[in-house]
Design a protein around this ligand. Structure first.
Ligand code: NDP
Length: 429
């Protein structure tokens, strides 16, 4: 396995980076061409993916480096428009690898399909009948998608709840049945939707009610992935800040997010800064991941942090994350978008479970990157310096001018579009 520790990658030209990748990952000609082809996702292909297509839309595509997860090296493709995210993830991954790397796991990977039943003459009796006929229902759902059963997946469990039974309104009284499905390496939305739609008539017969909605739940809390890192304080030393100071600053910052939703939303946005780019790069459904992650952050009745940060007995900083991950390595756009396919092969991912774990590890790294900056120099110093190129472009800089203007913006400590416009005018004179 090629090491993900690629020194000086940020100083190389794009061509040099591609050449290094070609060599390190023995990429095929087609994969290499896709990287340099602005039209890797052809309009023709796009036209078959969504409706009313008028073109394709691109994002910067970079590599998160230095990741060591469960002893395996990962370079992590990230598709994102925001400066400093990739740099920050790579910076933290480098620190964590010196501390032994991330440890990740997934206890199970079951996706949930929901069936809503209304108008049952007796909701409790309907619930008991469903439980009595659980095996028949599970078998019927498996029969609706036999190929997943032959792959070793299929329905693993079923449960049922009655909601709002004592409400006066017949609209809010309902029975909700869940099937829990091992979708193997697929995210599974379409397979689950097929299953729940196909067993709806049997559910109606059993409950004597009317089946209403039949759909996957994006609250994938039976498909959790966790990541952990343990960092000795000396690895956290930053400028004049001692490692212990940084560690304590990170823990204070975490406690703020854990206690206050105004902070938690921004804290978690920083985590999704790491998660979404990998989800997007691999062709997965980032809306599904976002929705599930935020709901999970509110599982204790209030919206809190997606991570925890604490100090262990040896004084190490301990970070943990646990999130639902409804992603796949097959299905959806994962094998349709050429760069998604490329992303999965560069990461040398073997299963959806593995991908889920890499994604949460990147989220944890991103969180520490933000908290460490906030607890020391503040977020703007590093972020704005990296953002200066975008500001220069927004101010009208092109070609070689971009670097010159970006450097002047940083030197003059005025990283603003108005200032960039002024500098561009001066440059042209
Ligand atoms: P697909 O419908 O593409 O199904 C995955 C396919 O992959 C299956 O048909 C299966 O076919 C094949 N496959 C090949 N190898 C494997 C393997 N190892 N494990 C599992 N399947 C394998 O995708 P999904 O069902 O995963 O649905 C994901 C898509 O659904 C995403 O694009 C998502 O945006 C969208 N979606 C999301 C919703 C939501 O989030 N609420 C709702 C509706 C859609 P076979 O077994 O026959 O070979």
């Amino acid at each position: 396995m090629t090491s993900s520790r690629i020194s000086g990658f940020y100083n190389m030209t794009v061509e040099e980076r591609r050449a290094l990748l070609r060599e390190a990952f023995t990429l095929t000609d087609a994969e290499t061409q896709n990287l340099s082809n602005a039209d890797a996702l052809t309009v023709g292909k796009a036209d078959n993916m969504i409706e009313n297509v008028i073109g394709t839309y691109q994002l910067p595509f970079g590599l998160g480096l230095n990741f060591l997860i469960n002893g395996k090296e990962y370079v992590v493709p990230m598709a994102i428009e925001e400066a400093s995210v990739v740099a920050s993830a790579s910076h933290i991954a480098k620190i964590v690898r010196e501390a032994g790397g991330f440890r990740t796991e997934s206890k199970e990977r079951l996706m949930i399909g929901q069936i809503q039943v209304v108008g049952c003459p007796d909701f409790q009796e309907a619930k008991q009948q469903i439980l009595r006929q659980k095996d028949i229902l599970m078998k019927a759902a498996d029969n609706a998608y036999p190929s997943i059963v032959s792959r070793g997946g299929g329905v693993r469990d079923l449960d049922v709840r009655v909601l709002n039974e004592n409400d006066a309104s017949s609209y809010s009284k309902m029975l909700v049945m869940h099937i829990y499905v091992d979708t193997c390496d697929a995210m599974g939305a379409n397979m689950i939707n097929t299953m729940v739609e196909s067993i709806a008539p049997i559910v109606e017969e059993i409950t004597k009610g009317k089946v209403h909605l039949r759909i996957l739940s994006n609250y994938a809390d039976r498909s959790l992935a966790t990541a952990k890192c343990v960092i000795p304080p000396h690895l956290l030393k930053t400028g004049s800040f001692a490692g212990e100071e940084v560690r304590d600053g990170v823990i204070h910052a975490y406690e703020f997010a854990a206690s206050d939703p105004y902070r938690a939303v921004t804290h978690n946005k920083g985590i999704m800064n790491g998660i979404d780019p990998v989800v997007i790069a691999t062709g997965n459904d980032w809306r599904a991941v976002e929705a599930g992650a935020h709901a999970y952050a509110a599982r204790n009745g209030h919206y809190g942090s997606m991570t925890t940060w604490s100090k262990d007995e040896e004084g190490n900083l301990v970070g943990e994350i646990e999130l639902p991950m409804s992603i796949g390595t097959v299905g959806g756009a994962t094998r349709v978008h050429p760069l998604a396919d490329f992303s999965l092969s560069v990461m040398q991912i073997e299963s959806a479970e593995e991908l889920a774990q890499v994604i949460v590890a990147v989220g944890l790294a991103q969180n520490l990157g933000a908290l460490k900056a906030l607890a020391t120099d503040g977020i703007q110093k590093g972020h704005m310096a990296l953002h200066s190129r975008s500001v220069a472009i927004a101010g009208g800089a092109t070609g070689e001018m971009i670097d010159v203007i970006a450097k002047q913006l940083v030197e003059q400590q005025e990283i603003r579009v108005g200032k960039a416009k002024e500098l561009v005018e001066q440059y042209k004179q």
